[in-house]
Design a protein around this ligand. Sequence first.
Ligand code: YH5
Length: 277
Amino acid sequence: MLLDCNGKSLDLGRPCVMGIHNVTPDSFSDGGSYDALGPAVERALKMQSEGAAIIDIGGESTRPGAPAVDLQQELDRVLPVIRALAGELDIPLSIDTSKPRVMQAAIAAGAGMINDVNGLRAPGAIEAAKKANVPVCVMHMQGQPRTMQQAPVYEDVVSEVRQYLSDRIAACEAAGIPRSRILVDPGFGFGKTLEHNLALLAGLNSFQELGVPLLVGLSRKSTIGQITGKPVDDRLAGSLAAAVMAVERGASIVRVHDVAATVDALEFTLAVIGEKG
Ligand code: YH5
């Protein structure tokens, strides 16, 4: 199964790794000059050489409690990086944004996928995604990033998140986005307690019923820290376990910080899965 990502292809015939590339003010010195872009390009080339199938560019921190980033600021952060990377990389880029204007500009700058933690619910977002003519990942989130971790409530988290994603697939299709361009993500850590996140990973296989590729992001998240007791920079082992479990339960893409280690873990996982039955 090959997805056309604005001229570059993404092969989902086997599970693959999406490298996380945050473009926030402290992740590289700003300005947009070539010097400022050097480290961002180096980092992306390294992830490509380590086996990433796609790189996710994010300019808006969606961590719990993080302040919203305004439109111009987000454009100024991500566009120079996307322009520089689109010309240097063989693999596609995705744009992690909820803003229609950022989606449109990022695709024009060379990005090949839209990754929206808000599930294309902002006014104009579905229309922007349709016009962009690239694959879209719609994620589940309860509440808004600033307040979502205050008191998330579900009766049955697995079936509610799955139903939400099913409804978003229907909304995308009604707006003219073909099913073949839709991916879904249960949104680990987005308006979920530890118990909710564990239940979602345990029950991930039921999301295969949705009939579209599954993307999963657990890398370094609080869920890993809460179980292991480790700070954010010491969560690799827990994150690898989560990536392996997600792929065993049908995930097509795992979104991670540590590309090389995850590629090895999946290589081994897939070798064993290939021996089944
Ligand atoms: C995701 O799951 N997440 S941004 C808190 C952390 C570590 C990492 C310290 N964008 C997802 O990565 N897109 C983000 O703890 C995403 N799925 C998709 N599709 C949050 C993030 C993070 C937050």
